[in-house]
Design a protein around this ligand. Sequence first.
Ligand code: ACO
Length: 332
Amino acid sequence: MIKSTKSVGIIGTGSFVPEKVLTNNDLEKLVDTSDEWIRKRTGISERHVLDEDVPNYTMGIEAAKRALEDAGVEPEEIDLIIVSTETPDYMSPSMACIIQGAIGAVNAAAFDINAACTGFIYSLSVAQQFIANGVYKHALVIGCEGLSKIVDWKDRNTCILFGDASGAVVLGVVDEGYGILDLFLGSNGAEGMKITIPNLYISEEEKKKRPNGKFNSLWMDGKEVFKFAVKAMSTATMHVLDNLNLDISELDFIFPHQANTRIIDGAIKKLGITDDKIHYIINKYGNISSASIPVAMDEAQRKGKLKKGDNMLLVAFGGGLTWGSMAIKWNK
Ligand code: ACO
């Protein structure tokens, strides 16, 4: 259980999804696949993608503006911006600095975190410490991912899975007993080569995994990642629930990273959770990496599904390998 002087919670949410839609039928024209295979094996019907010449950070700017508006917080009041991304447009400046400049958050420190699909939980965890310790008052945490740019559109094993989007939250001090109750972060770099996106260096082995020559594309060992994912989601969930002495039946909402419906269903079956506690977005957006939790959360909030006092759990797994979870008592 977190023992800090201040309770820290989400006081505003926002998201942005690009307009352009790529359906499974569109993908049938690119690779040897079918709408039926994709829906059955992944739960995905379509995904949204940015135009190639539009930078990923533009989605983060929009999501950030919407979260600030929802929180009723001015850009100048933000002390810290953390962007979770594995698809930054630049190595430098960071996406966080680009967004800081664009929204006029002139008093904010800004940096990126890359923990792949777990990155949003990692980023929230870091921002939470600054506010709980009284160093900062408001933080903007953004998951921003444009995976369409690092997908090999000739590789049917991966190109059908991913999409582009951004989700953002504003963190601030909330009433005692509300907000972030506990968190857990895990990593296993020894297994890290199961999901790779090369950048400045590529080994001969990694080149062989990319026969179409797109060397900065995402490759993964899908079957191995699948097994890891189901286990990681249930382990991470139980970690925080045990710490808090909370029974799984006391959870009102779960926001899992949405990579494949079968992974979510496998994990919730193992845990004994019903799917009405999940706001599914994977069918329309695909795997949007670290944007998946904040986008789902924003949609659920705007649809009026979340109530003050709800116990919710965020849980994710991803490249690194990484995994993590966070329990929140909803304060909005
Ligand atoms: N359309 C038709 N057939 C396909 C397709 C496709 N798009 N993709 C693969 N197949 C074929 C395979 O070639 C294989 O054929 P074969 O038996 O003749 O060799 C067959 O379908 C079965 O392939 P599998 O890989 O066994 O399919 P599986 O049921 O495991 O599903 C999938 C693949 C969807 C990738 C699954 O393994 C998965 O979701 N894994 C986890 C991925 C994930 O969660 N990644 C998250 C991390 S990514 C990140 O961090 C950004």
